[in-house]
Design a protein around this ligand. Sequence first.
Ligand code: 2HA
Ligand code: ZN
Length: 282
Amino acid sequence: MGFKESMKSLTRKNILTAPFMKEFCATASNMYRLGWDERNGGNISLLLDNTELEEYLDLNHVERTIPTGFKADALIGKCFLITGTGKYFKNVEKDPENNLGVIRIAQDGETAELLWGYSDGGKFTSELPAHLMSHMARLSVDPDNRVVMHCHPTYTLAMNFVHELDEKKFTHTLWEMCTECIVVFPEGVGVLPWMLCGTNSIGEATAAKMKEFRLVVWGMHGIYGAGKTLDETFGLIETVEKAAQIYILTMGKPRINTIKDEELAQLAEFFKVNCRKDFLNL
Ligand code: 2HA
Ligand code: ZN
């Protein structure tokens, strides 16, 4: 070990104290508290900054390698903090090292190098294809994207069973339910039909939608969100879930008052957001 390397290892900090780790754990706990992640439901991945990560981990030390089963060449050398397969959001905060892992995409683009975590011999979420493919899609349209988040929010899921799974109609209903919706997700919500989860196919379908939307509903399963920060991504899903809750609570009752499309357009104009005009009926 050279002088520079040994200085680095002497000053290396405990990763459990890292701000990104604390925020990640707090986010998982919040999602659990809201009932979005029963049992092992849901998964989160956060793209890390390698220079920051090096303050906590020796990036030359690989614990083990795990094949991913797909190519992610655009992510070679990039590191992610990501939830483990079969792990419960309920337990993330009290035992991050077992429930989370830090992986780096190896030079071949299809192997994950485990740098930290999954301490009981586990591995990354079964939804790794949807996560990494979504990261690639989002980064291609927004270089600042860092987060992909999946969960099963109750009212959003309930809405899937009683509302048409049509992107325009689904988005329009959400926009109508809360004044803030069109400002928070002006591009709307992408919608996929029910598909087999955990596969490369659902990963590819999700990533295709992610080029256009930061939110993608998985029909009768849950939702994916993407964003620059954990807060932004959580906030997107939280806003959809709130709107879906209002929809379910008012469903089947006479709608005496509604937010009109002209009013939605006024909101978009006033808050200077570029909304999907074709999702409005003007
Ligand atoms: O990993 O939510 O979609 C648990 C899930 C799968
Ligand atoms: Zn799921």
